[in-house]
Design a protein around this ligand. Structure first.
Ligand SMILES: [Zn+2]
Ligand SMILES: [Zn+2]
Ligand SMILES: [Zn+2]
Ligand SMILES: [Zn+2]
Length: 294
């Protein structure tokens, strides 16, 4: 029989069977009324906080789904940001391999999907982003925020505006935007410096599948000497292609904090990722730009 944790009143067996309401933070206990919940708080607080933290960690340490495929070659997009490019004409993301192949064929930078050239004038480019922004395109809004933060493409540098755009894009699902909110809090750009908030946003972005945010939060944990938490983050990031996390795991191994087996597992996970995303076109693109995409 389920009873109110405070007064002991039993759950009535009516049609909906919900005369008692569960504590939403922990889901461990039920109450008949708000008054009973408040009265029971001093006794319940410790257990509730512990369980709520466990529930949060279960979500935090879950491997996020991989990034979408490039919509031209249908191969998983690399996680490193500069190996994929957003097109403000159609709002799609393509791998640099496909962009490079189109350029090699036609001699100019073109969207591989719409086949229209990239605008030469900055205001034309910005106009495309703004048009996509009106459609609620999270990537367009994130990019505009980034241009404001950096003062790019003819926009006057403005951290406050960038911060506002990152929030809008983050609410629409851009994990890059949420990562940049964390960075803004960390350095106090466009908002008052708040390291705790920075951490919260890094964790949020990591849960949304952002590999850079995942690595950053792992590093924060390592700095705070929470090695087992750091290692969990690094492992998730390694599976999603973070070479930086692999280096940190190697470092932890060399200092004796993780076992050889743990290091080898991480390395294998990273190699599996590379095998999945590596293509000849992407290799060509990276060589031509003198960059790396894994
Ligand atoms: Zn009660
Ligand atoms: Zn509770
Ligand atoms: Zn592609
Ligand atoms: Zn396009």
């Amino acid at each position: 029989m389920i009873t109110c944790a405070n007064c002991g009143k039993a759950e009535e067996d009516d049609d909906r069977n919900n005369t008692l309401k569960a504590c939403t933070a922990c889901n461990l206990v039920k109450y008949c009324s708000r008054e009973c919940q408040i009265a029971h708080r001093p006794l319940h607080k410790k257990e509730c906080k512990k369980r709520a933290a466990e529930i949060y960690d279960e979500k935090l340490f879950k491997q996020p789904p991989p990034l979408d495929d490039c919509q031209i070659c249908f191969i998983r997009l690399p996680s490193l940001e500069y190996a994929q490019t957003y097109q403000p004409c159609c709002g799609k993301m393509f791998c640099d391999g496909c962009l490079h192949a189109v350029k090699a064929m036609d001699g100019i930078d073109k969207c591989p999907f719409c086949r229209i050239p990239m605008p030469k004038k900055v205001d034309e480019a910005i106009a495309r982003y703004r048009k996509r922004m009106e459609l609620g395109d999270a990537n367009a809004i994130y990019n505009l925020g980034y241009f404001y933060a950096e003062g790019r493409h003819g926009l006057t540098q403005d951290y406050t505006k960038a911060f506002e755009y990152y929030h809008r894009a983050g609410d629409l699902g851009s994990s890059e935007a949420v990562t940049n909110i964390a960075v803004a809090y960390y350095y106090g750009r466009g908002v008052e410096r708040d390291v705790k908030k920075a951490r919260q946003y890094w964790e949020k972005a990591a849960m949304m599948g952002n590999v850079n945010a995942r690595h950053s939060i792992g590093y924060e944990e390592e700095e705070a000497r929470n090695i087992s938490r750091a290692m969990k983050h690094y492992m998730i990031a390694a599976r999603d292609g973070s070479e930086r996390s692999i280096k940190c795991i190697l470092d932890l191994y060399s200092k004796g904090h993780v076992t050889k087996e743990e290091y080898e597992n991480a390395l294998r996970a990273y190699q599996d990722y590379v095998a999945e995303i590596k293509t000849i076109q992407r290799d060509d693109a990276a060589t031509s730009k003198n960059e790396k995409y894994y």
